[in-house]
Write a protein that binds this ligand. Structure first.
Ligand code: CA
Ligand code: CA
Ligand code: CA
Length: 456
């Protein structure tokens, strides 16, 4: 949906041409899709994902900045007076090291180490809460780095092979098919592991996604595809550590985290080895003797400020939304059925004390549900109720700014797609029909579709 806005600049321009107030023309209006409702900004630079919500009062601004400092803080191994406690095992040293500019990570180039990408690991079966079953000696995530004196759990070798996809008119694209194998595991694996590769996703606009009402999300689920459109979104239900209950999952590539607090606290614990009030034991507790600790390495105020920071990162507004080619691409997006999952419009519920998050009309291009994306994208690893072929519809807002913020155009959960078209061509399963529609479209229509995605 679009909101008509009166632009002061244009109004002034209109007024110059207007002779008398009696027959003044209707004020010029411009159709602006406010991607994040009142939490929209129009900075399309490398800061595009780091803008605070424009409606923060001075106190909230301070709060946001405190969280920003924690998000940017580089942790070190103890002993150190501040930001101590990194590791013993970790993936990276700060939040921003993976979510640079609040944007997305990427797989390593040949010869590089993993940095802003990580791998979950599990064995067959489920844990006590219906989640993935930890692998003895490795837990649920491979920490590929360790502090001096300890060895990392394992490394990961990544190899790509080509797979050709043809368009109806005869052109082809070579998609790269990744293969992941564990290198030098620090101890033998008890069984064949299931691995799930994940790059860091962008983190703006998530306060709005957290504010979408649960009933609203569930109302779009159609697990048995009763309406026969080939799309059967399912909610994930995951363990909420604080509530000690299974609740709706919203965050992570498989909607495997219930809320920002737990997502962020989990990142401190798993990605950085920083114990905190939600996850008080080190990620390697029970596996490594050096992992026994009973002190918290960050307090609840730091955790809380990071959650506030993330929840108040605003959404970049669209560019060129009224360009002819972009609108043609938007038509193909609708006709190809993309919008059945990448939902163009949602509303947030009421968040007490946070008018900027409350009752907003937003355009995230996700339904926050899980979809079967076919064998090609499958990781073969269940994550609570998400099975090995299911992924959460990735939000597309801001996706056209990926290059300017993150310096690359690598998409999908493991960054295998080297551009937006490759990301679309990987769509299978429930999205197979959409993908075929794109392959059958004319080259000009396909270009228009990309122009539309780049305008988001
Ligand atoms: Ca630690
Ligand atoms: Ca681990
Ligand atoms: Ca359906």
């Amino acid at each position: 949906m679009r909101i008509s806005l009166l632009l002061p600049g244009l109004l002034a321009a209109g007024v110059t041409g207007c002779l008398s107030s009696a027959d003044s023309p209707a004020p010029p209006t411009v159709d602006i899709p406010l991607a994040g409702g009142s939490m929209t900004h129009f900075d399309g630079t490398s800061q595009a994902f780091s803008s605070p919500s424009p409606d923060l009062n001075p106190e909230e601004s301070d709060h946001h900045q405190r969280g920003d400092a924690v998000f940017g803080a580089k942790f070190v191994t103890a002993p150190n007076p501040v930001q101590a406690g990194l590791g013993p095992l970790f993936n990276n040293i700060s939040c921003v090291a993976c979510h640079g500019g609040d944007g997305r990570g990427r797989p390593p180039e040949p010869g590089e180490n993993l940095a802003s990408m990580l791998f979950r690991i599990s064995g067959a079966g489920e844990d006590a809460h219906g989640g993935p079953k930890a692998m003895p000696g490795f837990g649920g995530q491979i920490q590929t780095r360790a502090r001096f004196g300890e060895i990392p759990e394992a490394g990961i070798d990544i190899a790509y092979t080509d797979s050709l996809v043809a368009f109806a008119e005869g052109g082809t694209v070579a998609l790269r098919v990744p293969r992941y194998t564990l290198r030098n595991p620090w101890k033998p694996l008890a069984e064949t592991p299931m691995l799930s590769p994940r790059v860091a996703p962008p983190v703006f606009g998530l306060g709005l996604l957290e504010a979408v009402g649960e009933a609203d999300i569930l109302s779009r689920a159609d697990p048995d595809d009763r309406n026969g459109d080939g799309i059967s979104g399912r909610p994930n239900h995951v363990w909420d550590v604080r509530a000690k209950a299974k609740v709706l999952g919203r965050f992570g590539w498989k909607a495997n985290n219930p809320n920002l607090d737990q997502q962020n606290a989990g990142a401190f614990s798993q990605d950085m080895g920083i114990t905190n009030p939600l996850f008080p034991t080190e990620n390697c507790a029970g596996d490594l003797p050096a992992c026994d600790t009973d002190s918290l390495e960050i307090d609840s105020a730091s955790l809380e400020s990071v959650s506030f920071y993330i929840a108040s990162l605003a959404v970049p507004g669209r560019r060129d939304w009224d360009d002819d080619q972009v609108m043609r691409g938007e038509a193909l997006f609708a006709a190809a059925g993309c919008a059945a999952c990448h939902l163009g419009e949602m509303r947030t519920g009421a968040v007490p004390g946070r008018p900027g998050l409350s009752r907003q009309i937003i355009h995230p291009y996700t339904d926050l549900l899980l979809h079967d994306m076919g064998e090609g994208l499958a990781d073969g690893r269940a994550d609570f109720e998400a099975d090995g072929r299911e992924w959460r519809t990735a939000p597309l807002w801001g996706i056209g700014l990926t290059k300017v913020v993150s310096g690359h155009t690598l998409f999908l959960h493991d960054g295998r797609a080297r551009n937006l078209m490759e990301a679309v061509l990987w769509h299978g399963g429930e999205a197979e029909r959409s993908q075929l529609a794109v392959r059958q479209a004319s080259p000009a229509d396909r270009q228009a579709l990309i122009a539309f995605l780049e305008s988001l």
